[in-house]
Design a protein around this ligand. Structure first.
Ligand code: ADP
Length: 447
């Protein structure tokens, strides 16, 4: 909805174009446009006026404002030349950029050019009183001469040029700042990449040193294993000979020994037997550590393995108060190395029997997720929590723990854990002193 026109005027001759330009600027100023927008509107108006005057007929100019929606200033220029739109449209393309909308249409009795521009949000509200006030002021306006308008136009041009120059200067300053910043960023980037390169070089050197150290460590460890393997191997023959000779000496078919001699020969034989088991354990461990033990993969029948363990270990279960139970295996088959697996389980069961005076020692197996878990549970002496890792160290024996039979070397568990590793699994222990221990061997179903 547009309200009562703010102002009407007429363009008859070329001079009127100047007057309309001036009027347009005044109207724009009155309704609240800032200087730059006033110039835009005045310029658009004088351009349209100039084109209309060229057609040689009088044109009506009407200024209105819309009150609804966004307040907008409308200017309509009508002249009685029908179908003049085709001539005007191409010439008004540039002009349309100065305002929000510009349309050329047919109107009674000829052609109409409609222009609009939204009022800035800061412009005062256009209530009827205000409109009346503006109308009065515009009516009292004394139109300047074309010369006045020309000088005004010149002033505006100079102001516009100044603004352009200021903007150009701003742009140049911004560019300079940008260049400066870019230089700073580049310098920072170079510094960072230098530092990175430096750090990388350090890391590479460190890794090289680490590699070298681990090669040295591996060589040393291999040398140790080789030495152990060789020494134990060399020791085995003479120790076995000592045991044999001892047996020979105490044999009934040999010359009778005195009671004291007999006792001493027994001592020698006992010590040599202990030594032989130590040498054997050392040899096993050294072989495993040197990577000389390899798994011989096959389908293992657990029922058979359990049966064999039950048979061979039953004689060791000498404590009358201990229930020795090898359960029926809940998993019947497993891809593994039968000999190594049996060796590990035998080792754990022997330990359990050695350290259990009453209650039970029990071997079981169950499938847990993707693993097959063997458990050797006893109700024996138990192991303090802080020693659960140490018992897997070579030669370590829990202080004060006393085996019910045999001495032990402290090499059984490290060896067993190594074998489990070769089988692709892991071994863990949970134990409480005075209550018992559970050793769990977890092997993958498909190694
Ligand atoms: P060894 O049995 O020859 O001494 P191991 O390496 O097999 O050597 O075991 C190390 C130590 O761990 C044992 O000396 C013992 O103190 C402790 N240990 C192992 N198994 C058990 C168990 N089932 N109950 C209590 N203590 C155990």
């Amino acid at each position: 909805m547009s309200s009562e026109p703010l102002m009407r005027t007429r363009i008859r001759v070329e001079q009127d174009v100047f007057a309309v330009r001036q009027l347009g600027r005044e109207v724009a100023r009155e309704v609240g446009f800032e200087v730059r927008d006033q110039t835009r509107l005045a310029t658009a108006l004088s351009e349209v006026g100039r084109l209309l005057v060229a057609a040689g007929r009088d044109s009506d100019v009407v200024f209105t404002t819309t009150a609804d929606g966004v307040p907008t200033l409308l200017v309509e220029l009508t002249h009685p030349v029908p179908g003049d739109g085709d001539r005007l449209r191409p010439q008004l393309i540039q002009v349309s950029r100065l305002i929000d909308t510009l349309e050329v249409g047919d109107a009674e009795p000829g052609t109409v050019v409609r222009m609009s521009r939204r009022l800035p949000p800061s412009s005062p509200a256009l209530n009827p009183d205000r409109m009346e006030e503006i109308r009065e002021r515009l009516a009292g306006l004394v139109p300047g001469t074309p010369l006045d308008e020309l000088s005004e136009q010149n002033q505006q041009l100079i102001a516009a040029l100044d603004e352009v120059r200021a903007q150009r200067d701003d742009l140049a300053r911004l560019n300079a700042e940008l260049e400066e910043t870019n230089k700073g960023v580049m310098a920072l980037y170079h510094q960072l990449s230098d530092e990175l390169e430096e750090t990388n070089r350090g890391v590479v050197a460190l890794y090289a040193e680490l590699d070298e150290k681990s090669v040295q460590l591996r060589t040393a460890s291999e040398a140790k294993s080789r030495f152990l393997a060789n020494v134990s191997h060399e020791l085995r023959a003479p120790v076995t000979a000592i045991i044999g000779l001892g047996r020979l000496l105490s044999d009934e078919s040999s010359d009778e020994l005195t009671a004291e001699q007999s006792r001493q020969v027994e001592l020698i034989r006992g010590s040599a037997t202990d030594l032989l088991s130590l040498v054997n354990d050392l040899l096993d461990l050294a072989k495993a550590e040197a990577g000389r033990v390899e798994a011989n993969w096959s389908e293992v029948d657990l029922k058979a393995v359990f049966g064999q363990l039950r048979g061979t270990l039953r004689p060791l279960a000498t404590q009358p108060a201990v229930d020795f139970v090898v359960e029926e295996p809940a998993v019947s088959r497993l891809r593994s190395d039968e000999v190594l697996l049996a060796q590990v389980l035998r080792n754990l069961l022997t330990n359990a029997l050695k350290f259990t005076a009453e209650g039970s020692v029990r071997l079981g197996v169950a499938q847990v997720g993707d693993n097959v878990e063997f458990t050797v549970a006893d109700t024996g002496a138990g192991i303090p929590a802080e020693l659960h890792e140490r018992i897997f160290e070579e030669f370590y024996q829990v202080p004060g723990s006393r085996a019910l039979s045999g001495k032990g070397t402290g090499l059984g568990l490290p060896y067993a854990r190594r074998l489990v590793g070769i089988l692709g699994g892991a071994m863990r222990v949970s134990s409480t002193p005075g209550e018992g221990s559970v050793f769990t061997v977890s092997l993958p179903v498909s190694p």
